[in-house]
Structures are given as structure tokens and as C-alpha cells.
Design a protein around this ligand. Structure first.
Ligand code: ADP
Length: 399
């Protein structure tokens, strides 16, 4: 079965066409600046070069149309016609409390997803636009929605409630939801598989460290806690996001700077994290490492602060699960940044972890970092959210 995986943002659309039998990516790409001047599609067939085509994309329907054109193009295409797309899997950011698993998308389900829009005003409306555009162009192709929040719906109340008046939860569903669920689910299952163990016997901490970053506690296969909250702003220090801060800082800075609370939140989302901490050097960990090597103190502090926060969450989740068997690093930084893993590893070695320096040299591959006699197994497992979405899509379409 060929599954088209779509990850639709407000002005961008990422796609992958995956053959679910071989799990091979047939082609992938990105539509940029949808609805803005200078829109373009970057398309790459498997084993081929990236091709960038500037093309007018006034809306997402035009973008999906262009994706189909590229996929069926005689030169750079990988299928002959639309008929070779058997299903579409959509990434959806927020499923609120309504979706604990992926779902086949129909009108009824779409109406419920729309009800979650105010929980993720930047993401969900864009996801829905992408779904509707695909529906318009491929009305007879089954579609599945896979939610970033779904995997974390198993969290107990004590983990998802904030210490606020209960009425805010009851009235507005203000609670921890958590994100990157597709990744935490995929990576924890893969860890058990690699170790040849039943996930129902394992306490796993997954550190998804990318531009956006979150840690989760996966106990016996279920998420029992995670660092992102009502929105993806909480928890770790990220590329541009502050993660945990004292909420009183919001109004304090708003008053000092003469700006609104919403503007401070925007700063917390876009200008903070390692970018902000480094005094604006970069949100990219490669740039920060380079700046640190050249003696930039602020870049060094940003990297240290990032690692310290990750380590604190690992400690917290070991306590939340009364133990930990496996710690997994994944996503851009987790998979590739050996120095960050060493920094984090130094804090948590008291748990019985160790990171073998030789094994730690690998980048972007599955590897067990710890020595065999380590009490806690430490691993790197590359995440693959698109493949996870494709698998979910097939599972639901075949059912
Ligand atoms: P997202 O999907 O959230 O945008 P990624 O998972 O792609 O983020 O992670 C991006 C981060 O990973 C960047 O900060 C980048 O510097 C880091 N990264 C990617 N490759 C490497 C590498 N080879 N060495 C160090 N860091 C890397």
C-alpha cells in the first residue's frame, strides 16, 4: 500500500510517500510559503536529487495539487497516477481529551477535531486545512489522523493536572496534554524490540531532543508523564522556546517592557531557549557548539543549561516511575549531538547509566551507548514520525 503522509503547517506542507509493505520512502518534499509571495516546492524522489520549483501556491489546495503533480511527474515522479495513492495519513497536533488513538477521518471526526482548535490555535486549523485540501483532490482515498497528543492520554490525573483551581480544568480543559507522542511511542516500542524485551516489563525515559524537545516517562508501554503541557511551550529549554519558567515572569516582563502578556508569550516561544540564552547566537546546536569552541561564553552557558534541564527531567521521571531501565535519546540533537549526551550523562550516572565514549561517536544510528553491565541501558534510536504515521494509517485502513 502507498501511503501519503502529510504534515501541514500554516504556511508549509511536508510530505512523504511511503510504500507500507517495504517501508521505503518513495519520495518526500516540502511546500514553503503557501499563501505568501515566493512560494516553492522542494521535491526529492528516493535516490534522486532535490528539485526546487518556484510555483504559485495561493492556498493549501494548490499545494496538495502540486505535490500530486510532482509525485506523478514523468521525470521526478514515482507513481503514474493518483490511483496509486491508497491512503493518506495526517499529522494532527492536538486531539485534546477526545482522541487517545489515531482515527479514520470522516465528517463527524473532523467536527470534533475542530473543537480542539482553541487548544492549539497555531497548529490545528492548519492541519484541518491540509485535510480538507486532500479531501477535495482525493475524495475517495481513505484518510487517517494521527495526533501528537494521543500517546500521552494514558497519563494519570496526578501527572496531567496543574496546581490550579479545578474549575479551569472542568470548564476549559486546562491540563497537561504533552506532544511528540508519535515519536515517544515509536521510539519506546523500538527500544523494547532492540533489547528483545516485552515493553510491558520496562520503565523507559525517552528524550526527544530536537528544535522542539520533550521528555516522557513510558512505564510498561504507557506514557505516565511528559514535559510538554497544555501547549508545546512547557518543559525543556528548546531551540527558541523557554520551557518551564515561573509564570509570574510573564506579567513582570510585560510591565517592565510595556508590552502585553501575549507578546511575552510570543518571546517565550520564538526568541528564548538556547537562542535567547546564547544572546542570539543561534537556535541550532551545531552553531552553538561552533561558537562555544571559539570561546563564546553565552553559547557555552546555553548548552550547559539545556543539558542540565534534560538531566533534571530524567531524574524526575526516574522518581515518577520508581525506577528506570532504559533511557533513549532521539531527534536531531539526541541522535547527533555526542557532546550533549555526554553532558547529560554526567549528571545521571548515579542512576547506573554509563555512556561508552567510543559508541557515543555514532550519529543518527541505532546504538546501545552503555556497556553491558550498566544498570540502566542508554540508547540512541532515530525517530521516524512519518513511518509511524504511515503504519497507523495502514492499521486503521485495513481494519
Ligand atoms: P525539529 O524536527 O523539531 O525541527 P530536529 O529533530 O530536526 O528538530 O532537530 C534539529 C536540531 O538538531 C538542530 O538544533 C540541529 O543543530 C541538531 N542537529 C542536527 N544534526 C546535527 C548534528 N549532526 N550534530 C549536532 N546537532 C545536530
Amino acid at each position: 500500500m502507498n501511503v501519503l503522509v502529510i504534515n501541514c503547517g500554516s504556511s508549509s506542507l511536508k510530505y512523504q510517500l511511503i510504500n507500507s509493505d517495504t517501508e521505503e520512502v518513495l519520495a518526500k518534499g516540502l511546500c514553503e510559503r503557501i499563501g505568501i509571495d515566493g512560494s516553492a516546492i522542494v521535491h526529492q524522489p528516493a535516490g534522486g536529487q532535490k528539485v526546487k520549483t518556484e510555483a504559485d501556491m495561493p492556498n493549501h489546495t494548490a499545494a496538495v495539487q502540486l505535490v500530486i503533480e510532482k509525485l506523478t511527474d514523468p521525470q521526478v515522479g514515482v507513481i503514474k497516477s493518483l490511483d496509486e495513492i491508497d491512503a493518506v495519513g495526517h499529522r494532527i497536533v492536538h486531539g485534546g481529551e477526545k482522541f487517545a488513538t489515531s482515527v479514520v477521518l470522516n465528517d463527524e471526526v473532523l467536527a470534533v477535531i475542530e473543537q480542539c482548535n482553541d487548544l492549539a490555535p497555531l497548529h490545528n486549523p492548519a492541519n484541518l486545512i491540509g485535510i480538507n485540501s486532500c479531501k477535495e483532490i482525493m475524495p475517495n482515498v481513505p484518510m487517517v489522523g494521527v495526533f501528537d497528543t494521543a500517546f500521552h492520554q494514558t497519563m494519570p490525573k496526578k501527572a496531567y493536572l496543574y496546581g490550579l483551581p479545578l474549575s479551569y480544568y472542568e470548564k476549559y480543559k486546562v491540563r497537561r496534554y504533552g506532544f511528540h507522542g508519535t515519536s515517544h511511542d515509536f521510539v519506546s516500542k523500538r527500544a523494547a524490540q532492540i533489547l528483545g524485551k516485552d515493553i510491558k516489563d520496562l520503565k523507559i525515559i525517552v528524550c526527544h531532543l530536537g528544535n522542539g524537545a520533550s521528555v516522557s516517562a513510558v512505564k510498561y508501554g504507557e506514557s505516565v508523564d511528559t514535559s510538554m503541557g497544555l501547549t508545546p511551550l512547557e518543559g525543556l529549554i528548546m531551540g527558541t522556546r523557554s520551557g518551564d519558567i515561573d509564570p509570574a515572569i510573564i506579567t513582570f516582563i510585560a510591565e517592565k517592557e510595556g508590552i502585553s502578556a501575549a507578546e511575552v508569550i510570543n518571546i517565550c516561544n520564538k526568541k528564548s531557549g538556547v537562542l535567547g540564552l546564547s544572546g542570539g547566537v543561534s537556535s541550532d546546536f551545531r552553531d552553538l557548539a561552533e561558537a562555544e569552541a571559539q570561546g563564546n561564553e553565552a553559547a557555552k552557558t546555553a548548552l550547559e543549561t539545556f543539558a542540565y534541564r534534560v538531566a533534571k527531567y530524567i531524574g524526575a521521571y526516574a522518581a515518577a516511575m520508581s525506577g528506570v531501565d532504559v533511557i533513549v535519546f532521539t531527534a536531531g540533537v539526541g541522535e547527533n549531538n555526542a557532546a550533549a549526551r555526554v553532558q547529560i550523562g554526567e549528571y545521571i550516572s548515579f542512576l547506573g547509566t554509563n555512556i561508552n565514549p567510543e559508541k557515543n561517536q555514532i550519529q543518527g544510528e541505532e546504538v546501545i551507548l552503555s556497556d553491558e553491565d550498566a544498570k540502566v541501558t542508554t540508547m540512541v534510536i532515530p525517530t521516524n514520525e512519518e513511518l509511524a504515521i504511515a503504519r497507523e494509517t495502514v492499521r486503521l485502513v485495513e481494519a
